[in-house]
Design a binder for this molecule. Structure first.
Ligand SMILES: N[C@@H](CCC(=O)N[C@@H](CS)C(=O)NCC(=O)O)C(=O)O
Length: 213
């Protein structure tokens, strides 16, 4: 540990959120490309950093942090000043950013998409559960459609012309939904496409997939 930033986690949509925040903020970082379901997260060294044995995990000097939404928000708050990104300045702006972030993480990622991932795309590990998958798909689409009119107001991002932490969390989660074969309403598709076209996202995607790092 050199005192700089170290990111653990590769080939993972949740690690990709953190790569994106780091690229967006122009922060140099060491990359430890460990993957889920390879046994790499179970090593004694990694378990000392993250006892949950999941990726991603960030070290910033002596500070260690897990949970992708917490890491993205931390990076913006700790390193975002003067970088041209959106940082909430009022309690209302912070609350609105939190509202989007928790919506993406709870209603979409945790409640429905992770269930679809486990039981539709990894049944050999987690078992088949077709009724639960169908219910999760319906639930996820209902939630996405409910926010589509508000997403349509994003111009081009949730808080205007500067990208914020909530944009990274929402757009990557909409991308999960698309990857898991859910048809996004047009405003959500257009918003996601705009966000993912950013050079920082493209650089993050390449780094997330670079196992030789
Ligand atoms: N809530 C966590 C979830 C992390 C997570 O589930 N990571 C997956 C990879 S995307 C993982 O490490 N899976 C390995 C496992 O479940 O053993 C976050 O957002 O960081």
């Amino acid at each position: 540990m050199t005192g700089g930033i170290v990111l653990w986690g590769a080939i993972s949509l949740r690690a990709l959120r953190v790569h994106w925040a780091l690229q967006e903020l122009g922060l140099p970082y060491e990359f430890r490309p460990i993957q889920s379901r390879t046994g790499e997260t179970l090593s004694a060294e990694y378990t000392r950093h993250n006892p949950k044995q999941k990726i991603p995990c960030l070290q910033d000097g002596e500070f260690t942090l897990t949970e992708s939404p917490a890491i993205v928000n931390y990076l913006f708050n700790a390193h975002g000043a003067g970088k041209g990104v959106f940082l909430p300045e009022t309690a209302e702006e912070q609350a609105r950013s939190d509202e989007w972030s928790y919506f993406a993480m709870m209603e979409l990622d945790a409640h429905s998409l992770y269930l679809i991932r486990r039981h539709k795309f990894l049944p050999e590990i987690y078992g088949e559960a077709p009724v639960a998958v169908a219910s999760a798909e319906e639930y996820c689409l209902k939630q996405i459609n409910a926010v589509a009119p508000r997403v349509a107001l994003a111009d081009p991002y949730l808080f205007g012309d500067r990208i914020g932490a909530a944009d990274i969390l929402l757009s990557t989660t909409l991308h999960f939904a698309q990857r898991y074969e859910l048809a996004l309403p047009e405003p959500c598709q257009a918003y996601m496409d705009r966000a993912l076209a950013r050079p920082a996202y493209q650089a993050a995607k390449a780094r997330n997939e670079d196992l030789d790092a």
